[in-house]
Ligand binder design. Structure first.
Ligand code: MLT
Length: 272
């Protein structure tokens, strides 16, 4: 389905019924990242799965920021008639968007699942690297990022077809969307304080072989967020939801189930 939000056409899918879960994919990927969640979860939950602006089948804009992505998602929740707080699941850049979504719309966030992401901002060198890459992408196309990232996304034993499929997904992302996302990531704030203040249910997942956001990043987030739950999954790199789909879904469902258990999550029992 498509909706016009904040001046761009946003593509999204909604599956199932029940308490809502909003899934935010990473860079430069698409909602397809969450495909393994749909069948096993749709009988119990309402899954809201957008393509961020400039990604997948959503329209690109010249500029993007974590705030703009977050505002798009806020508008999308209105569009799909969502009136209750949701659990937000963010992968990598989707985690950066989730932090901003929580800072802007805390009343809409019931809990958070962060997979393959980090809380800290870029270093000065990292930021400059993103600006340089954005320039190259504008000149030479998204292939630049597709080639370099496809070598780093997966654990060493990932099937070749998986790697080539996702290389194609990244290469098909509009250069304008890729460049805008690189700027948005470079300019994102540090979210350590957000984690320190986040007193709601929080699950942090990491891939043992993730070299983009290594388990140490997940550990740092978990140390900042008292009461969070941290799991490092073996046989997975940066694409944990794709590489270990059964484990990912099992952990997610267990976390969602526990949210309606007052013994586990104290006062956060309105959901479910
Ligand atoms: C992502 O996978 O979303 C990005 O690679 C994260 C990043 O570059 O910081």
């Amino acid at each position: 389905m498509d909706a016009i939000v904040n001046g761009v056409k946003l593509h999204y899918e909604v599956h199932g019924r029940g308490s809502s879960v909003l899934f935010i994919h990473g860079f430069p990927l698409s909602g397809e990242l969450w495909q393994a969640c749909i069948e096993p979860m749709k009988n119990d939950y309402r899954l809201i799965i957008p393509d961020l602006r400039g990604h997948g089948q959503s329209e690109a804009s010249e500029q993007a920021s974590m705030g703009r992505y977050a505002d798009d998602l806020r508008a999308l929740l209105d569009e799909v008639g969502e009136r209750n707080p949701v659990v937000v699941v963010g992968h990598s850049m989707g985690g950066y968007v989730a932090f901003e979504f929580f800072r802007r719309y805390p009343e809409l966030v019931q809990g958070l699942v962060l997979t393959n992401t980090r809380g800290v901002a870029d270093t000065e060198e990292g930021r400059q690297g993103r600006y340089d890459t954005a320039e190259r992408v504008r000149r030479e196309g998204s292939q630049v990022v597709a080639e370099s990232m496809s070598k780093k996304l997966f654990a060493s034993n990932a099937p070749g077809e998986l790697v080539s499929h996702w290389r194609e997904v990244m290469a098909a992302t509009p250069p304008e969307g890729v460049a805008a996302a690189l700027h948005a990531m470079a300019e994102r704030p540090d979210s350590t304080e957000t984690l320190e203040d986040f007193s709601r249910p929080l699950l942090i997942l990491a891939g043992e072989e993730d070299t983009i956001t290594p388990p140490a990043d997940a550990e740092a987030m978990s140390e900042a967020a008292v009461g969070s739950e941290l799991l490092v999954i073996s046989g997975a790199g940066h694409m944990l939801p794709i590489e270990q789909p059964q484990q990912f879904v099992a952990q997610l469902e267990q976390f969602l189930d526990s949210m309606s258990d007052p013994d586990v999550h104290g006062s956060w029992t309105r959901w479910g």
